[in-house]
Design a protein around this ligand. Structure first.
Ligand code: HEC
Ligand code: HEC
Length: 391
């Protein structure tokens, strides 16, 4: 799969920067990007949205947004995400935070995928079992992943998972952290034995899977996957803006969005999800002693060495540090790195505007997971954010 705008029919636009404080945005040849919806190409209203007499954020949409790309509706959830019993999602929620799935009884999925860090963990690379129950910045231990923990938003729409795309479904992926020696390191059969010994889990599995009411590896994976599909992020102010609430975006956000398109960012970080199945080598700084061939490890092809899947920029502001190895600390530095990679000249102010579009415009963690206070195993739910015992 290629980017939303294929190279041969790339969305082209001409952008005129601020002149005497008045923002002029000129679009040209928008129509080349697979057909532009009615009302998108004609409107220049976005630039004056904040003060031009349109509604405020939350009012009735009354105007068409000014966009540098074809308006693409946010995808609808697939049936597998909507036709699932609530009891299965609730079971997945408990399993996701229950350290019963780790060899040390202290580490859970939620250790590295926490609602406090945009469903990531706020540290350069994942730190697995043997590091205690406290998660987030400062977590340190003997079992360290090579890679930055991915944020888990909008997984329901994904075709490939992981930085190298080696997993194709959430059900398959859910067992990989158990098999990983540096993450949970627990034989799945042992996990099933442990769960079967807890009467509450036996009852919860039976209720969640009426057609096969047993504690099995397949049902464990299906419950976790059902829970993960609920982390939808489609309520950012970008989403409000494209739905016609023009007041959601001020002039600088519109400007940052146009720059984001002009600099080619949206070819790979394609709206509305701001990610894609494009695997690319972004020349990210190496981390000493860490070997990672990226996509080539999944395909075996030499030309795929160093390529990684384009991650989503939704909620990127809370998932620092950045890139597959967590080598870049701040979002601003990550944007600057990507601009350098684009090969086009840019100014510090353009870095700021693009960073602002991503950080303010694409943030919505409203449907991150919720962390249970206790889990059926009775083990300590991983501690994060304000739950540290010393606070
Ligand atoms: C030690 C930290 C750690 C733990 C524990 C952990 N993960 Fe992850 N997770 C990661 C890292 C690191 C990646 C990226 C790995 C890669 O791409 O090879 C990842 C990637 C993922 C992805 C892919 C997301 C995407 O955008 O492609 C999913 C889904 C996921 N984890 C779910 C889980 C589940 C479910 C559990 C518990 C069963 C879990 N993780 C436990 C660190 C962790
Ligand atoms: C050719 C495709 C492509 C283009 C064009 C592109 N990116 Fe990326 N971007 C990627 C890939 C792939 C990664 C992950 C690379 C890695 O970790 O090795 C990435 C990572 C990022 C990250 C870090 C995200 C995270 O969670 O770690 C940011 C921020 C980012 N890009 C912003 C931009 C901006 C801004 C532009 C435009 C100047 C841009 N990108 C252009 C493919 C692209």
């Amino acid at each position: 799969m290629g980017p939303v705008c294929p190279k041969d029919s790339r969305c082209t636009l001409r952008y005129t920067a601020q002149v005497g404080g008045v923002l002029l945005l000129t679009l040209a040849a928008l129509a080349s990007c697979g057909g532009v919806s009615e009302g998108v190409s004609g409107s220049m209203g976005g630039a004056s949205g904040a003060g031009g007499g349109v509604d405020g954020f939350g009012g009735e949409p009354i105007a068409s947004p000014s966009l540098p790309w074809a308006l693409t509706e946010f995808p609808g959830l697939p049936d597998i995400a909507t036709e699932v019993p609530a009891s299965r999602v609730a079971l997945g929620n408990l399993l996701f935070f229950d350290p019963v799935l780790s060899i040390d009884g202290e580490t859970a999925c939620g250790t590295c995928h926490s609602e406090f860090w945009g469903m990531s963990d706020g540290i350069p690379v994942g730190v697995g079992h043997g590091a205690g129950p406290a998660a987030g910045p400062g977590r340190n231990g003997p079992n360290v992943s090579r890679r930055n923990s991915l944020a888990l938003f909008n997984l329901a729409f994904r075709e490939t998972l992981l930085w190298d795309g080696r997993s194709g479904s959430l059900e398959d992926q859910a067992i990989l952290p158990l098999l990983s020696e540096v993450e949970l390191n627990l034989d799945p059969d042992t996990a099933i034995e442990r769960l079967t010994a807890i009467p509450e889990y036996v009852d919860l599995f039976a209720a969640a899977f009426p057609e096969d009411p047993r504690v099995t590896v397949d049902n464990l994976a299906a419950a976790i996957a059902a829970f993960e599909r609920t982390f939808v992020s489609d309520r950012s102010i970008y989403d409000a803006y494209v739905r016609g609430h023009l007041g959601a975006f001020d002039d600088e956000l519109v400007e940052g969005m146009f720059l984001f398109a002009q600099m080619g960012c949206s070819d790979c970080h394609a709206p509305p999800l701001f990610e894609s199945e494009v695997f690319a080598d972004r020349n990210v700084p190496d981390v000493d002693g860490v070997e990672d061939e990226g996509l080539a490890e999944a395909t075996g092809l030499p030309e795929d060495i160093g390529k990684f899947r384009t991650p989503s920029l939704r909620n990127a502001i809370v998932t620092e540090p950045y890139f597959h190895n967590g080598a870049v600390e701040s979002l601003s530095d990550a944007v600057e790195h990507e601009l350098e990679r684009s090969g086009m000249p840019f100014t510090d102010d353009e870095v700021r505007l693009i960073e602002r579009f991503i950080s303010k415009g694409l943030r919505d963690e409203s449907r991150a997971s919720s962390r249970p206070l206790s889990v059926p195993s009775g083990l300590q739910v991983p501690l994060d954010g304000q739950q540290f015992p010393f606070l």
